[in-house]
Design a protein around this ligand. Structure first.
Ligand SMILES: [Zn+2]
Length: 160
């Protein structure tokens, strides 16, 4: 078994770790899992938290460690805060999975005043006629929006 194959295997396992706040996507989809490598026989996984002070981060660390420990004897999870995570790190796959789950993926940040951006379209019907209902949805990373075409509310992952 080569190191390259083992690293691929580790990435495949990481792709099974859901984000506690956005269970529709994995830590790989979100770009939280940054790097996997072997350091002197030890598997080292580097992760970057999404929202600073995110209480789910401990949980993610534990989930990553527990899952990888099933296959690898020696696992270290390193949390790196710099450069800070941004929603730009969410993969195309991740954006599609969010939309499939009825959650609007983060829009493009246009202006400093609009740091959280806005949804490009309603994830239910695709209409761009959307309005914000509340700045904070079920968690700090999501906002509650509503489509004025189909009237359905939906969660929006704030650009960050
Ligand atoms: Zn709609």
């Amino acid at each position: 078994m080569t190191a390259a194959t083992e690293i691929e295997r580790a990435w495949a396992l990481l792709a099974q770790v859901p984000d506690p706040e956005l269970p529709a996507v994995s830590v790989v989809d979100l770009g939280i899992a940054r790097d996997v490598q072997f350091d002197d026989g030890r598997l080292v996984v580097t992760i970057t938290p999404t929202y600073s002070g995110c209480p789910a981060m401990r949980e993610i660390e534990e989930d990553v460690r527990t899952l990888l420990a099933q296959r690898f004897d020696d696992v270290e999870v390193r949390t790196v805060l710099s450069p800070p995570w941004t929603t730009d790190w969410i993969t195309e796959d991740g954006r599609r999975k969010l939309a499939d789950a009825g959650i609007a993926p983060p829009g493009v940040r246009m202006l400093p005043l609009l740091m959280q951006g806005q949804p490009e379209a309603c994830p239910h019907c695709g209409s761009s006629a959307v309005e914000e209902l509340a700045g904070f949805g079920s968690t700090a990373c999501k906002a509650l929006w509503r489509c004025t075409s189909c009237r359905e509310p939906f969660d929006y992952v704030k650009a960050h």
